[in-house]
Design a protein around this ligand. Sequence first.
Ligand SMILES: NC(=O)c1ccc[n+]([C@@H]2O[C@H](COP(=O)([O-])OP(=O)(O)OC[C@H]3O[C@@H](n4cnc5c(N)ncnc54)[C@H](OP(=O)(O)O)[C@@H]3O)[C@@H](O)[C@H]2O)c1
Length: 288
Amino acid sequence: MARKILVTGACSQLGWVVEALLKQREDTEVVALPQAELDILDGELVDATVERLRPATIINCAGFNDVEAAEHRLATKLPVNTRGLCNLARASAKFKVYLCSFSSKYVFNGKNSEPYGEDDDKWPLNQYGNSKHGGEEMVDNLIDNYLIVRSDLLYGAGGNDWVSRIKEELGAGRPLAVSNDFFIAPTYIGDLAAAMVALSTEWAAGIYHYTNDAGNGVSCYEFARAVAEQAGLDITLLQPKPMTEIDFGGPLNLPERAILKLDRFKEMFPLLVRPWREALAAYMAEAS
Ligand SMILES: NC(=O)c1ccc[n+]([C@@H]2O[C@H](COP(=O)([O-])OP(=O)(O)OC[C@H]3O[C@@H](n4cnc5c(N)ncnc54)[C@H](OP(=O)(O)O)[C@@H]3O)[C@@H](O)[C@H]2O)c1
């Protein structure tokens, strides 16, 4: 019998790709619901939907992840990361569903010189990080059978991501200030979605880290430079700056080097981890 998987937040960058990957599997039946059909903040609707559909698995792709906006203007959007996830966890406990969701490196404070393991101390520095940490804790308190995959900066949705912004600004000849002291493991959305599908297919439990492999991290400037080089754009328009000189619309604490250790994931799927430059080149070739 096909395994029924409910994808929530189906119109997110990740939702589209997760749904498409699942639909390629003959052993899987996918029901993908956007916010308009399932608002996960509505606990009664979540319960009724799970009771009606009886999925074996929920892969939650809903969330709010604009770190700057969450800090200064749109903190009211954050409950989807906490209360929304909590509603899914309650329904999953009630109807014995395996719940899978995404979290973020922002649960860490970025002060470690080495990459963070899944069980290292959490210490979020901003509202977004607090919401992701809160969501993780709620799930852990409510349900045993869950999978949370933490990741880093995503690109590859086209139009709406940082790679597109870099291409747009430089393509129009506009200078772009980019931090040279904020370190990331940039990750292609298609790779993260494939990692989630692989882990959930194996009913992996607990927390896993997944990013493209960036060693101990690359600066945003280095990443932007790689994008510009691969797109044949003028790299001199990139202005490397310390975070303190970047305009985030107000004060914002960021974890300067919160790089995620990948060992737990690599033990299961070593072939699904590739270097960040290789993933970026593959995406740029595909998108051009
Ligand atoms: N983007 C990143 O760099 C990044 C990095 C690490 C982890 N993550 C995590 O990955 C997950 C998905 O991120 P993403 O970038 O793919 O998201 P996204 O493209 O920003 O989309 C978020 C989606 O959540 C939906 N949503 C918001 N509130 C909802 C609600 N109450 N009920 C149901 N759906 C709701 C939105 O619906 P509408 O389309 O109707 O607005 C939207 O489709 C999030 O948990 C995020 O924290 C993202």
